[in-house]
Design a protein around this ligand. Structure first.
Ligand code: NAP
Length: 292
């Protein structure tokens, strides 16, 4: 029986790329998955874990025969990886391949794709799975990561409709719900819901590091502290890259949050319990409305 994908090439076989491979394997949707990336050690590990069928440390060579290329490396590595893909597609005369990515910010990735893939640009479908954990690498990958989770696609104006359809089907096959939106809108929304919270978590743990009672802070940390700081265990390189690649929308959100903190600071300093209760009540109502 013909499978959904003949040759899939996954560049970056960590949490996001590795989980996609495992989920596609569980759905019996690929004939062959080839992994590519930076260190041979990571690729060997991915092969050992049966995430990929084979690997190639030469990214250009790995994509020559691919039908779908999935790029799941940190945003700071995207340009180099895209350039290597472009070389491989040209060498293999491969104009049919659909290229997609998982990067957490989308305007910058779209700009890169437009410059690096002049011949294959219409085959590039920018994407972002709204799923993940604070863990990284092939060991962290698991097949159910995308089940009942959303994936946002931000195709450009002239992206081929059949390329969008292929990427949509790929995500639906692993149990995700696919939505499309404009890249600028994506970056604004994700700055609020994901990027700002990560900065806050890193910042909170960092600001507690230098207080005298740090041992006790962590010894007596209750559920709330763990909930709020879980994502401070995420990969620093990945998050540096997300911040630098979505700079303005994140700065806008940080400014809003700083104003909010100032307002709470002033309310507390002046003993304004009414203000505190008003803010807490509004916040509770808003969260309950959207999460229940
Ligand atoms: P990860 O687990 O750290 O995996 C990243 C992979 O990329 C590793 O295989 C790594 O190989 C490879 N890589 C790193 N630098 C590279 C380079 N210069 N050239 C080639 N390969 C390189 O990270 P992840 O969590 O899967 O994240 C991957 C992408 O998905 C990022 O763009 C991120 O923004 C996005 N994303 C992440 C989440 C999340 O919650 N984690 C959610 C949605 C989207 P080595 O072992 O050799 O470094």
């Amino acid at each position: 029986m013909t499978k959904l994908i003949n040759n899939l090439c996954v560049i970056g076989t960590g949490l996001i790329g590795g989980s996609l491979c495992l989920a596609l394997k569980a759905a019996d949707a690929c004939d062959n998955i080839i992994g590519a990336g930076r260190s041979e050690e990571t690729l060997q590990k991915a092969k050992q874990l049966n995430i990929i069928d084979a690997y190639d440390t030469d990214i250009s060579h790995a994509v020559e025969q691919a039908d779908i290329i999935f790029v799941s490396v940190p945003l700071g590595a995207m340009q180099t990886v895209f350039e290597k893909i472009a070389v491989g597609l040209k060498a293999g005369g491969n104009t049919r391949a659909v290229i997609t990515d998982a990067g957490s910010s989308k305007q910058r990735v779209l700009q890169l794709a437009e410059t690096v893939f002049p011949d294959n640009g219409r085959r590039f479908v920018a994407g972002h799975p709204i799923a993940g954990t604070e863990n990284s690498g092939p060991d962290a990958a698991f097949a159910d990561l995308y089940k009942n989770r959303r994936v946002i696609l931000t195709p450009g104006d002239d992206t081929d409709s059949d390329a969008i359809e292929r990427v949509t089907t790929l995500w639906q096959t692993v149990g995700a719900e696919v939505e499309s939106m404009d890249a600028a809108h994506h970056d604004k929304i994700l700055a609020a819901t994901s990027h700002l919270p990560h900065l806050l978590a890193f910042g909170l743990v960092h600001c507690l590091e230098n207080i005298d009672d740090i041992e006790d802070v962590f010894r007596f940390a209750a559920g709330g502290f763990r909930d709020v700081t879980r994502i401070a265990s995420s990969d620093p390189v990945m998050w540096r890259d997300v911040c630098l690649n979505n700079q303005q929308p994140i700065l806008d959100m940080m400014k809003r949050y700083r104003d909010e903190l100032d307002m709470l600071y002033n309310a507390l300093q002046s003993g304004d319990g009414e203000k505190l209760i008003e803010v807490f009540q509004h916040a509770k109502q808003t969260r309950d409305k959207f999460t229940h």
